[in-house]
Design a binder for this molecule. Structure first.
Ligand SMILES: Nc1ncnc2c1ncn2[C@@H]1O[C@H](COP(=O)(O)OP(=O)(O)OP(=O)(O)O)[C@@H](O)[C@H]1O
Ligand SMILES: [Mg+2]
Length: 253
């Protein structure tokens, strides 16, 4: 019998993943034989220099992009075998994303963007979900901006709307690409606490790309990519230990 992703205690995993962009002289090998799992209920940070393949890995794990070689699973569903419609439904039900570019819908106001996952699923939030959304809006300080459209919001406010949207449905799996990148340190801490709480208290599995050792020190586990390879897999570390490792391994960017 084949061992499944769930048997391994994983929320998602990839095996022998490769991703190549372009061909000939312009060929870029963004990922080269990466095998890794995101553990269920854990908060995992993904670090590494600019261009090391972090976003590419997250996009493939989340089913937003297809690998050149290798396989990927969300839970026990192999996503490298799914068609577009199946992938879209799986993502909508199980996965939340916070992108580097926030991907807000420009014609919708902040609350419209936050409620978009429900809209796309053709349903209204339940009372419990409504309470969760109100809690997110409060924690992220968005209460006075709900009727503003993205172009009327600052970069950090747009980012917070994207975070609220990603967490609104309490998805099993949340992928966040530098979610604290544009935030002041107090708001950044609030976001990290939201992500840590999502894993610790609600059992959600979180994978977060960050360049910031302080942000990564909130995670249960820190993965390091270098040049398309997985180069280290550490349990929780202090920000100082993470910085020291990055300097020693020349992974600072
Ligand atoms: N669509 C694309 N076409 C061609 N090359 C790409 C494409 N997307 C990414 N790459 C290349 O793949 C490599 C990995 O890119 P990726 O975006 O995953 O890096 P990253 O680790 O997320 O970097 P950063 O920290 O700057 O966001 C880079 O060399 C990049 O130039
Ligand atoms: Mg990136």
């Amino acid at each position: 019998m084949e061992i499944t992703t769930t048997d391994l205690g994983l929320a998602a995993r990839v095996q022998h993943l490769g991703k190549t962009y372009g061909s000939g002289e312009g060929e870029v090998r963004a990922l080269d034989d990466v095998s890794v799992g995101i553990r269920r209920g854990q908060f995992t940070a993904i670090m590494g220099p600019s261009g090391s393949g972090k976003s590419t890995l997250m996009h493939i794990m989340a089913g937003l992009d297809a690998p050149t070689t290798g396989r990927a699973w969300i839970g026990d569903t192999e996503i490298t075998g799914l068609n577009d419609l199946e992938l879209t439904v799986l993502r909508r039900r199980r996965v939340g994303f916070i992108f580097q570019a926030f991907n807000l819908v420009p014609t919708l106001d902040a609350i419209g963007n936050i409620l978009l996952p429900f809209e796309l699923d053709g349903r209204q939030p339940s009372a419990i979900e409504r309470a969760r959304i109100d809690g997110l809006i409060e924690a992220l300080g968005l209460g006075t901006r709900l009727r503003h459209r993205p172009h009327e919001l600052s970069g950090g406010q747009q980012q917070r709307v994207a975070i609220a949207r990603a967490l609104a449905t309490a998805p099993d799996l949340v992928f966040a690409d530098e979610p604290t990148g544009n935030l002041d340190s107090a708001t950044g801490r609030e976001v990290l606490q939201l992500l840590a709480t999502a894993s610790r208290e609600h059992g959600q599995s979180i994978a977060m790309v960050t360049h910031d050792p302080i942000a990564a020190s909130h995670a249960d586990r820190v993965l390091f990519l270098g040049d398309g390879h997985l180069v280290a897999d550490h349990p929780r570390r202090s920000a100082e230990e993470i910085s020291a490792y990055m300097l020693a391994a020349e992974l600072a960017s």
